[in-house]
Design a protein around this ligand. Structure first.
Ligand code: IMP
Ligand code: MG
Length: 186
């Protein structure tokens, strides 16, 4: 058998280190504790990208909360209202509950904007949004997350839950892949 390939060799630049991620999570955890710590909130992770962030964020919180997940994507644009495709819905009833949507990254902002509206229409008492990463340069709608870990430049990033074509979610940091991996040689 050949030597096991390291996915870390595919990374050109580390953009957000493990230490940066830990500090951002600690800060967000303190903010959430102040804002919803006594409200028994439901944290809803947006699959698949949020799974690593959810695991670390929830373990940094020391108050009663519930965890749920939703798998959804949007296909809206700037002129049409966001269309939301729910692939797997939450299992909980959000009526009169405080909900915190947790996602890996706010890019166009379309998915989270549409999810906020959907949860409000279902009767949630409040809906907050929490993104590990924010790419404001890519926004196509008026969306701002209530909690942001790290603001990054306009680059496609992988790791810590984020993927390129399904891979690299298991990198322990956030980085930019070597360009040749996006443009396979002919
Ligand atoms: P939106 O454009 O803000 O609706 O983001 C939709 C989803 O696209 C995010 O939740 C991510 O899963 C994915 N995405 C956006 N930017 C990146 C990136 O740089 N790397 C990996 N996934 C991304
Ligand atoms: Mg996502």
């Amino acid at each position: 058998m050949s030597a096991t390939a390291s996915i870390q060799d595919d990374v050109e630049t580390v953009l957000v280190t493990r230490q940066d991620l830990e500090s951002a999570i600690e800060r967000i955890a303190a903010e959430l504790t102040g804002d919803v710590g006594d409200g028994n909130p439901i944290l809803v992770g947006v699959l698949i990208g949020a799974y690593v962030f959810m695991a670390d964020l929830t373990r940094a919180l020391d108050f009663p909360l519930e965890v749920d997940f939703i798998n959804a994507s949007s296909y809206g644009n700037c002129t049409q209202p966001q269309q939301l495709e729910i692939i797997t819905d939450v299992t909980c009833d959000v009526t009169d509950r405080h909900v915190v949507l947790v996602d890996d990254i706010a890019d166009s902002g379309q998915t989270l904007k549409a999810l906020v509206r959907m949860l409000q229409e279902r009767g949630a008492a409040s809906v907050r949004t929490c993104c590990l990463l924010d790419k404001p340069a890519r926004r196509t709608c008026d969306f701002e997350a209530d909690y942001v870990g790290v603001t990054i430049p306009d680059a496609f990033v992988v790791g810590y839950g984020l993927d390129y074509a399904g891979n690299h979610r298991n990198l322990p940091f956030v980085g930019i892949l070597r360009p040749e991996l996006y443009q396979p040689s002919k």
